[in-house]
Ligand binder design. Structure first.
Ligand code: ADP
Ligand code: MG
Length: 242
């Protein structure tokens, strides 16, 4: 069963064609890492998966629901998709706990008590339970990113999208976030992860997708795409990042 299915996806910004016909799937429980040079369209692809960007043409299915169908209930469909950005996007004027409860109450209509229980569970899962009453500015970048992950998980997503979740972190804080993501993967979460962390991709991904210039150049198990790339473009990119 595919959680994500993308068919012939195109996206242009004005005359700039950023995605030039993307096809791929993420099966339920799989972790797919997307790698590629800056400007190759990775973020745009991720943003098309939850329709933060409207594709120019092509189809996006999540859990069998076509998000690109103009008649779809996009808010309902998006509820199943968690997204974690490079910048954590926490509400700076709200406590950690409130950051994790607010969408549960407003979108899922959970009671305050239930939302707080679920928030505390997820904060514990990502290792920041003791920060519930702190404000984001009082946390390290790694802790803030883990709160952002907890906030997404509290919505019970069937799919998690990560866009370079460790790129804004000081090097010594990257490991804690990757550990949380690794644990999520082990728990069977379906994940689509844009990352430059090649060791994470190698160890955790079921598949690695290499993008360049708005197309998928290679798609396969990490052993193949990172370990024995078939294309010169992939080899050139890997030489630069490994
Ligand atoms: P990546 O994440 O791989 O670095 P992006 O998807 O962010 O690549 O960007 C791909 C290309 O699309 C870049 O040339 C970028 O400048 C352009 N782009 C991205 N978003 C927009 C936008 N909202 N308007 C115009 N151009 C954009
Ligand atoms: Mg990007």
């Amino acid at each position: 069963m595919s959680t994500v299915e993308i068919k012939n996806l195109h996206k242009s910004f004005g005359r700039l064609e950023v995605l030039k016909g993307i096809d791929f799937t993420v099966d339920s429980g799989q972790v797919v890492c997307v790698i590629g040079p800056s400007g190759s369209g990775k973020s745009t692809l991720l943003r098309c998966v939850n329709l933060l960007e409207q594709p120019t043409s092509g189809q996006v299915f999540v859990d069998g629901v076509e998000l690109t169908d103009p008649d779809v209930d996009i808010d309902a469909a998006r509820r199943r998709i968690g997204m974690v950005f490079q910048q954590f996007n926490l509400f700076s004027h709200l406590t950690v706990l409130r950051n994790v409860t607010i969408a549960q109450e407003r979108v899922l209509k959970r009671s305050r008590a239930e939302a707080e229980r679920i928030a505390r569970e997820n904060l514990a899962k990502v290792g920041v339970a003791e920060k519930a009453d702190a404000y984001p500015a009082q946390l390290s970048g790694g802790q803030q990113q883990r709160v952002a992950i907890a906030r997404a998980l509290a919505m019970n997503p069937s799919l998690m999208l990560f866009d370079e979740p460790t790129s804004a972190l000081d090097p010594e804080l990257v490991g804690d976030v990757l550990t949380v993501m690794r644990r999520l993967a082990e728990d069977g979460m379906t994940m689509l992860v844009v990352t430059h962390e090649m060791s994470f991709a190698r160890e955790v991904a079921d598949r690695v997708v290499f993008m360049d210039g708005g197309v998928i150049v290679e798609d396969g198990p990490p052993k193949q795409v990172i370990g024995a790339p078939q294309h010169e473009r992939t080899r050139t990119f890997l030489r630069r990042v490994l």
